[in-house]
Structures are given as structure tokens and as C-alpha cells.
Design a protein around this ligand. Structure first.
Ligand SMILES: [Zn+2]
Length: 350
């Protein structure tokens, strides 16, 4: 059964993600073990889709340029070298920041030279620990997204990038919210070389990092549906009056939803979001697919049914653009494969 009009394959490249699997994090002041964002997530999705007959394509190394087109070179260097420096300085096996500078008191605005303190400069929360293999895993996730993006650029009507850790909370010069680098943003920036790109973010959380990457970029629209930040992480962004700046003014659209919205209210809001995307008239659509919008997710609050997930996919398909779906959140680990499959079933038009 041909999946695209071109010979491009269904893409399910598998990164060496298991190297980033911290044993715990700190969530609302409590030690959470195992973490919500753990290696088993990707394994479950892969097993389920493999069982449905999806083929897996290995990622191609993407080199430094696509990553550097989104992230600060000092952040890239820190993620590459910071863990080793932390360990040499006496830091523990799990790297979690304990000092966060704020412009309200850190008047100098300068990064600490202490390897123990530096993570607090880059990371905005305590739920995103680093371990020895974190950089390798995050870097590989970027390769997967770029490989999938290149397949779409080459003519595939749909590709799915199976990645973890997720990315949409990672900005140009910061990490957090389980995210290190931002694979969807890297893919979108690369695709924007060929025309306008719209990012539709259906993760239950606002993608503050992706929003920041494209805040001033008129070539890439960011459209996000998420739980009202007054009730959900990342708490400090995702409000409707955040619309971009300068040449990017008007290309950021936030549609916050009340907790417990359910299928009907969600799909109505998604229709609005789809109209915004359609009006932007992108050459390519990138979907940040956070399955934490699903009803049985332990983190999410939107209560979308499995049928609702498929309806979300159909709305995406109706936009009728070449589409790259990038995995973001989703933490009902035992059901995650089925949830992803339902969403992709809706997106597929063959
Ligand atoms: Zn999320």
C-alpha cells in the first residue's frame, strides 16, 4: 500500500534515546521515580506501530548546521560538556540545578563559572535532569527530526519522527519541561528554507520553547492549543496576548483551554486553529504531537478520547499540506502506542 505519492518511506527512525533515562526528577517538590518522561515511552510506541506494520527508517546524521540554526552555540556546548564538568566538580550522578539566577537579584546577568551552578543558567525547572548520555540522546532526536523533515521536503506527504526526549519547551538558549533540544523547531526552521511553515502544537502544555524560537520569524507560524497556563505547566507563557514581535508579529497564536475540556470543546478550538493555519497558507505543516491531551494521561487535563485523537488527526489531514508529525509529550505509557496510532490513523489519507 503506497503511503505517499513518492517512494519516500514511512519514517520511524529510532534514536539512541535510552541513554537519557534519569532515575528520578523533582516534581512539585517531590522526588518522582520513575519519571513520567522515560525510555519506555518510545519503546512502547515503536513496538505498537511495528505491530501495525509500520516500517522503521534509520536517521541520517544531520551535522551541526540545523541544530545551530535554532540553539545558542553556548547551550549546545553546555549540553555536550556540562555533565562531565559537573561530575569532575563533585556533582551527583543526576544533574539537577539548585541555583536559578533571576534578573530580579542576579544583577550582573552573567553565567556562573561554577560547573555546579551553570545548569541553573540554562535550565528553568527541576524536572529535567541530565545524565551521562543526555546529550547523545537529545542530539540523536534532532537527527531523527531532520531526517523526517528532509523526507517531507523531498515529497513525502507524511512523515512521523519518533523522538524523545521531547522538545517544545526547549528554547533558543534554555532547556526545561523534560526537553533538551527542540527537534520540531529544528525541523521547522529547516523546512522554512523551502517556504512558509506552520507548527500546530496539540500537546497539552504550551510550547514556550518553540514559541520563542519563532517569536520574530514571519516565515514560521506557531499555533498552540493547550491548557490555560494558570492551571498547567509551563505557567508563565501561552496566554492569548502573546502574538510574536517585529516581523513575526501576528504569527504566534495561543488558544488556551479550560481543564477538562473534552472532545467537543477541544475539536471546536482545533477547528479555529486549523483556520488560522490555513489562512497562513504554509507550504508544510509540522505537528507537535503531545499525546498528553488524551483522557488517561497522568499529566494532562484535556480528557480527549481515543476517537477524539483520531478526529484530531482527521482535522490535520483536512489541511491538506505535506505534514511532519513530531512526537512530544504523552505519559500514559502503557497506552501511548495505541494513542499515537489513533492520531496517525486520522492523519493518514491513504
Ligand atoms: Zn506536554
Amino acid at each position: 500500500m503506497p503511503f505517499t505519492a513518492t517512494p519516500a518511506p514511512r519514517l520511524l527512525p529510532k534514536p539512541p534515546h535510552r541513554r537519557h533515562d534519569p532515575p528520578y526528577d523533582l516534581d512539585a517538590g517531590q522526588r518522582r521515580a520513575p519519571r513520567h518522561e522515560r525510555a519506555e515511552r518510545l519503546d512502547r510506541i515503536e513496538q505498537h506501530l511495528h505491530g501495525l506494520g509500520w516500517s522503521i527508517t534509520d536517521a541520517v546524521p544531520s551535522g551541526d548546521a540545523p541544530l545551530a540554526a535554532v540553539h545558542d552555540p553556548d547551550l549546545i556546548r553546555f549540553l555536550r560538556d556540562g555533565y562531565d564538568a559537573w561530575r569532575r566538580a563533585g556533582g551527583g550522578e543526576v544533574m539537577i540545578p539548585d541555583t536559578h539566577p533571576s534578573p530580579r537579584w542576579a544583577r550582573g546577568g552573567r553565567r556562573s563559572r561554577s560547573p555546579i551552578a551553570e545548569l541553573g543558567w540554562w535550565c528553568f525547572d527541576t524536572a529535567t535532569p541530565l545524565v551521562e548520555g543526555s546529550y547523545a540522546a537529545a542530539r540523536a532526536a534532532v537527527d531523527v527530526a531532520v531526517t523526517a523533515a528532509d523526507a517531507v521536503a523531498a515529497g513525502a506527504s507524511l512523515a512521523y519522527a519518533l523522538v524523545r526526549p521531547p522538545g517544545h519547551h526547549a528554547g533558543p538558549d534554555y532547556l526545561g519541561g523534560f526537553c533538551l533540544f527542540n527537534p520540531a523547531a529544528v525541523a521547522a526552521r529547516r523546512l522554512s528554507e523551502g517556504g512558509r511553515v506552520a507548527i500546530l502544537d496539540v500537546d497539552v502544555h504550551h510550547g514556550n520553547g518553540t514559541q520563542d524560537v519563532f517569536w520574530r520569524d514571519p516565515q514560521v507560524a506557531y499555533v498552540s492549543l493547550h491548557v490555560d497556563p494558570d492551571h498547567q505547566f509551563p505557567f508563565y507563557s501561552g496566554f492569548p496576548d502573546e502574538a510574536g514581535e517585529g516581523p513575526g508579529r501576528g504569527t504566534t497564536h495561543n488558544l488556551p483551554l479550560t481543564p477538562g475540556s473534552g472532545d467537543d470543546a477541544y475539536l471546536a478550538a482545533l477547528e479555529q486553529a486549523a483556520e488560522v493555519v490555513d489562512a497562513f497558507d504554509p507550504t508544510v505543516l509540522v505537528v507537535s504531537a503531545g499525546l498528553d491531551l488524551a483522557a488517561d494521561d497522568p499529566v494532562g487535563q484535556l480528557d480527549i478520547s481515543d476517537d477524539g485523537l483520531e478526529a484530531v488527526g482527521r482535522t490535520i489531514a483536512a489541511l491538506d499540506r505535506p505534514t511532519l508529525v513530531v512526537q512530544e509529550g504523552g505519559y500514559a505509557v502503557e497506552r501511548l502506542g495505541e494513542q499515537v496510532a489513533r492520531l496517525l490513523d486520522g492523519v493518514r489519507t491513504d
